[in-house]
Design a protein around this ligand. Structure first.
Ligand SMILES: Cc1cc2nc3c(=O)[nH]c(=O)nc-3n(C[C@H](O)[C@H](O)[C@H](O)COP(=O)(O)O)c2cc1C
Length: 363
């Protein structure tokens, strides 16, 4: 009996297996509105049998995007375009999730496909904001501009944008909502001492730096239906001296648990240029760290980073290191990875792929 292909129930949400697609920016939105590409990108993984499909980081405001091609969820038009995509995913038994986000000082960039350099306001970029005023990479070659430090009033304004986005996500039909607090974007910038040097109530020790995240999550939980899953993606290690450690994140996880968060999504890095985020040279360490956070926080976790081998994925779940495994790039290579994994693990294969395929090739 495969642990990877066992069910998981969290609140009223049933995951048919423990395989998820990790959120990945597609740079294929216009004015934050999804395109046909999203139907194919997300829909194909539902056909391929993933139990959870995470949409890319989706901005809570126009200036919360990373680039002009990024997804957004701040208006009805965006919600209306996403609804049929989500309905399609759910019709194949996948849990549809989205990740709401604010880019902070890493916003106003060209898409990764176009080199990712910072874009000046005169070229269609925008002024960026952060807990404090230092640029992401003041000495780098990508011309990151200095952000403006947010005032206390602006902090609560941005929290309100997360709340509005959460309401729209519910309306769209998502069953899992993830607050993005990783990779050096705004909420992570508040949490990490590598960026947050504020002197007000949002800066200082770990509890004070966590205030932005905890307040945001409390407000989001208040509007996100009780029966649906609330997740937070964290950089569980800053991978930089003086930065956040897994012990810090386990503590933050306990605070998040008290505020009604159901599961933590454990990524790492990204706060400063020295520590590459998401797909750096230490990505493969992340699943082990996820297990440490699971133990220390008392919350279920999603593990991500360098997972390609079905036996590795199986082991992560079977050993209770992780409750769900997320695959990013490997799902790009093979949208039918869950089917391949089921075959390798000698799990039931007949019903992994959508019936239109599974009937003919599933057995
Ligand atoms: C093209 C691309 C876009 C990504 N966009 C996001 C994103 O929107 N939000 C996020 O939290 N992580 C993002 N990531 C990180 C992935 O979710 C994942 O954590 C990372 O790729 C490591 O997993 P992997 O080794 O299975 O690819 C992105 C990664 C890639 C390759």
């Amino acid at each position: 009996m495969s642990a990877l292909f066992s069910n998981l129930n969290i609140k009223n949400v049933k995951f048919k297996n423990r395989v998820g697609m990790s959120p990945m920016c597609q740079y294929s939105s216009v004015d934050g509105v999804a395109s046909d590409w999203h139907m194919v990108h997300l829909g194909a993984r539902a056909v391929g049998g993933a139990g959870l499909i995470m949409a890319e980081c989706t901005a809570v405001s126009p200036t919360g995007r990373i680039s002009n091609g990024c997804a957004g969820l701040w208006n009805e038009q965006q919600a209306e375009r996403l609804a049929p995509i989500v309905a399609f995913q759910k019709s194949f038994g996948a849990v549809a999730g989205t990740q709401i986000s604010h880019s902070g000082r890493k916003g106003s960039a060209a898409t990764a496909l176009e080199g990712g350099s910072h874009i000046a306001e005169s070229d269609g970029g925008w002024a960026t904001v952060s807990p404090t005023g230092e640029a992401f990479d003041p000495d780098g070659t990508r011309l990151w501009k200095a952000p403006r430090a947010l005032t206390t009033d602006e902090v609560s304004e941005i929290q309100g944008q997360f709340v509005a986005s959460a309401k729209l996500a519910d309306q769209v039909g998502y069953d899992l909502l993830e607050v993005h607090c990783a990779h050096g974007y705004l909420l992570h910038s508040f949490l990490t001492p590598l960026v947050n040097q504020r002197a007000d109530a949002y800066g200082g020790d770990l509890r004070a730096r966590a205030r932005m995240l905890l307040e945001t999550v409390e407000k989001v939980r208040a509007v996100w239906p009780e029966g649906k899953v609330l997740a937070v993606r964290l950089s569980v290690d800053d991978f930089a001296e003086g930065g956040l450690t897994t012990q810090d994140i386990a503590q933050v996880g306990q605070w998040l648990k008290e505020r009604g968060v159901d599961i933590l999504d454990c990524s790492a890095g990204g706060a400063v240029p020295a520590a590459r985020g998401a797909i750096g040279n230490r990505t493969a360490e992340q699943p082990r760290l996820a297990g440490e956070v699971r133990q220390g926080s008392g919350l279920p976790v999603m593990a991500v980073g360098g997972i390609t081998d079905p036996h590795h994925a199986e082991e992560l779940v079977a050993s209770e290191t992780a409750d769900i495994v997320l695959l990013g790039r490997e799902m790009m290579r093979d949208p039918h990875w869950p089917f391949r994994a089921a075959k390798t693990l000698e799990a039931e294969t007949r019903h992994v792929l959508a019936e239109q395929y599974g009937f003919f090739v599933g057995g």
